[in-house]
Design a protein around this ligand. Structure first.
Ligand SMILES: [Zn+2]
Length: 310
């Protein structure tokens, strides 16, 4: 039975008013994403019940662990997680929980390094990186990127080339093909795209449009390939940003949770078909609900697998 799940974590994407004059997401640059948000998204609270603007370190830690990291440290923490958040991420992340149930997990992002030692010695590690190092034990590096077994965070590898790595550029469509291949080989695959947050922090409307357009090409291919191969897709974020074209900071908007079902033809695989129904059934109201819901979905499918085998 196919039960693969691909989670697209899009940093800095909130649900804002559908006004093309103020919301770049509805300005025509990303029709696939806009359509999904219009018809298939439900709102998830990103404030974590803590005053102030939601931020990445605490938001992503909450998303990946199910623990309210902002409440734990008493504030929203920007950027990279410090020792306290790293400790939580290392002990309680979604990869660890799924792997404890015997599931195969992948963090598909490629790290711009040639060795695991180089990664571990880096002082600034993102929340996703800390979770992957603890839960999977390693990151995907340049050799796997070149073999199509990893995807660079900007999709096309342009930024990697700018850093001096002699890698060939690829299209967002090719990046999506690579990611689909990884998701096919794993029960749970996470991919992080944070150019949306970076562009949202700037005031360059053309840059926002370019980032959204590039992501949209990628997303279109993901949605063309994944469901047909039995891979369900979840798209979510840690906080809002790019949806407010009038500001250059994070927003208080809820973030979207979009679930697109994998289409499975095998008899008895109804659990995988109903991923959307499962995740939309009031289970997810806050960032802290996402990881527990994903773990529950896999556990439920395990049960149905047993039933269908009778
Ligand atoms: Zn940000």
């Amino acid at each position: 039975m196919r039960r693969n799940l691909l989670m697209l974590f899009i940093d800095g994407l909130g649900l804002g008013p559908r006004d093309p004059n103020t919301n770049p997401v509805f300005g025509g640059a990303c029709p696939v994403l806009a359509g999904l948000l219009e018809t298939n998204a439900f709102p998830v609270d990103a404030t974590l019940g803590v005053q102030g603007l939601p931020q990445s370190a605490t938001g992503t830690t909450s998303l990946l662990t199910g623990i309210n990291a902002a409440r734990m440290v008493g504030r929203h923490v920007e950027g990279f997680p410090g020792p306290t958040l790293r400790d939580v991420l290392s002990r309680e992340n979604i990869f660890l929980k799924l792997r404890a149930s015997g599931l195969k997990c992948a963090f598909a992002n490629a790290y711009g390094a040639c060795s695991q030692e180089e990664v571990s010695s880096s002082r600034l590690l993102s929340a996703t990186t800390v979770a992957a190092l603890s839960g999977i034990g390693r990151l995907r590096l340049l050799d796997e990127l070149m073999a199509g077994k990893a995807v660079y965070q900007d999709l096309t590898r342009e930024q990697l080339r700018e850093k001096g790595f002699p890698v060939p550029l690829i299209t967002p469509t090719e990046a999506a093909q690579d990611l689909t291949g990884i998701a096919e080989e794993h029960d749970f695959t996470l991919f992080e795209y944070f150019q949306t947050d970076r562009a949202g922090h700037g005031s360059d409307a053309k840059k926002k449009k370019k980032v959204l357009s590039l992501f949209d090409s990628f997303l279109a291919t993901i949605l063309r390939l994944c469901p047909a191969r039995g891979i369900s897709v979840i798209l979510t974020s840690d906080h809002g940003n790019i949806e407010d074209g009038l500001s250059t900071g994070h927003t208080m908007n809820p973030v979207p949770l979009v679930v697109v079902d994998g289409i499975v033809s095998l008899a008895g695989a109804s659990g995988a078909r109903r991923a959307g129904e499962f995740f939309r059934a009031g289970r997810i109201k806050s960032l802290t609900d996402v990881a527990p819901a994903v773990v529950s979905w896999f556990c439920r499918n395990d049960g149905e697998k047993g039933d269908s085998a009778l």
